[in-house]
Design a protein around this ligand. Structure first.
Ligand SMILES: [Zn+2]
Length: 468
């Protein structure tokens, strides 16, 4: 069972400007109204767009429409929006929609981590659950600033780049923006070295709810997982990530994880209330989601490439950080890689995207080491593409050929282009027993045995732990 996912969506709207706008087209002023420690706050919103025409504010779902109350225009006249669309005629160059939103009732009704949940006095919610989409007369996708005013006991953490006094949504629609956490919650902002130089921020919002692990244990695990990621990529892979930790009653382990990249990267992580510290250190979901943040959205039917990289690289990152033994990585690969064979047989058009892509990455890593006499590996390919601008910001959507070209520039040899040529649209039968034999690695019962006289033993020795 996969316990993760990566929201694949065409969130980038054609023509949406990726360059920095100096002013926003719309501003959402949000006032948080306290409802005590057991309920998420209510939102009083004034959403204004600069225009001379009519703006249609469109709710994402019927559930949003049901909880959006008291809609009025800038002059306080009620506006009908029973069908989920509120049309506001501009006055004096501005169209304003005012409304109140019962975030607590919404989160209780919906109660899904992919949309919104309430824990104690806070709600974690995807932005579009409480913010309607403004449709401007020009048809342009607006740049939206969100500003939050709150009494001291309440706060908001939103997965968008900060701008003066708030956050900015740019280059994507409200519908594809990520998570925010609003209300009373525990927050820690970790500074990490960024892959592009300077520093990155991991903004951790831990919602209310009992956990078997203590706060220091939880934060230590998150910090060291982030640092293991930093070690592999030589820096954190995106300048800012919101990590929303959602305690989940009655469950062991990490229950589910999901990354949403629109507008700014957010990672949602459900941690079981019974999860022990060893279970957290043994889990793959958070490091897997972090790998996604280091790659761009790849266009076309390339989900296998993104999931394959995350599946293959995650245990390598954990082994290099000392969370997992090298032999355990080989055992996992020998046991799981057969699940990828059908994908390679289908020319990467079917089968498991996780293990099909994972097997492709294993073969690519071996080819890169072979072609560079061990000087470089898959990490150099991934780092090269990242440094060429390929992180998970929504402005970055690359065809696979572009990724391969930037990877190969970093390698100094066209290995990834050759691998795509070999596997895309061509059925390849991979002889895994022969591959393990050539690498000199055998699973004997539960034990991994190695043979240094095997022809590719020199590659096996550097594949997991790195080094020339
Ligand atoms: Zn994934």
């Amino acid at each position: 069972m996969r316990r993760c996912c990566f929201m694949v969506a065409l969130w980038l709207v054609p023509g949406a400007a990726a360059s920095a706008a100096t002013t926003a087209d719309c501003i959402a002023n949000v006032r948080l109204e306290d409802r005590g420690p057991e309920r998420a706050p209510s939102l009083a919103v004034a959403f204004t767009c600069r225009t001379d025409g009519t703006v249609r504010f469109v709710a994402d779902s019927a559930a949003t429409t049901a909880h959006l109350r008291d809609a009025r225009d800038g002059s306080d006249s009620p506006i009908e929006g029973g069908d989920g669309t509120w049309s506001v005629q501009a006055r004096g160059g501005n169209a304003t929609l005012r409304y109140s939103f019962d975030l607590s009732a919404y989160a209780r009704d919906v109660d899904r981590v992919t949309a919104a949940v309430e824990r104690g006095g806070a709600a974690m919610a995807i932005l579009s659950t409480w913010l309607p989409e403004p449709r401007l007369p020009s048809g342009a996708v607006p740049v939206i600033d969100i500003r939050v005013a709150a009494p001291p006991e309440l706060k908001a953490a939103i997965a968008l780049p900060p701008v003066d006094g708030g956050w900015r949504l740019q280059g994507t629609t409200v519908r594809f923006a990520g998570y925010g956490v609003i209300g009373r919650f525990d927050r820690e902002q970790m500074r990490l070295p960024a892959a592009g130089g300077g520093s990155a921020t991991l903004d951790i919002a831990r919602l209310d709810g009992a956990l078997a692990v203590s706060r220091p244990e939880l934060m230590d695990w998150i910090r060291k997982t982030a640092l293991a990621h930093v070690e592999y990529w030589q820096g954190f892979t995106t300048s800012r990530v919101l990590l929303a930790v959602v305690p989940t009653p009655g469950r062991p382990r990490v229950v589910f994880g999901r990354v949403v990249p629109g507008g700014g990267v957010s990672v949602m992580l459900q941690v079981g209330s019974r999860a022990t510290s060893p279970e957290l250190w043994d889990d793959w979901i958070l490091p897997h989601e972090f790998v996604h943040t280091g790659m761009p959205m790849i266009t076309g039917r390339a989900n296998w490439f993104m999931e394959g990289a995350a599946t293959y690289v995650e245990p390598v990152i954990r082994a290099r950080a000392g969370f997992k033994r090298e032999a355990e990585v080989w055992r996992e690969w020998i046991e799981q890689m057969p699940r990828g064979l059908s994908a390679l047989r289908s020319g990467m058009s079917g089968g498991s995207p996780y293990w099909g892509g994972g097997l492709f990455m294993l073969l690519s890593d071996i080819e890169i080491r072979r072609a560079t006499s061990g000087a470089k590996g898959l990490e150099h390919c991934l780092r090269g593409a990242l440094r060429a601008g390929g992180d998970m910001t929504p402005a970055e959507r690359w065809p696979l050929a572009t990724f391969a070209q930037r990877c190969d520039t970093a390698l100094g040899r066209p290995v990834m282009a050759m691998m795509l040529e070999r596997h895309l649209g061509r059925s390849v039968e991979v002889d895994l027993p022969a591959l393990w034999r050539d690498l000199g690695v055998t699973l004997n019962g539960a034990r991994i045995e190695t043979d240094d006289s095997a022809p590719l033993a020199w590659i096996r020795r550097i594949l997991v732990m790195g080094g020339a």
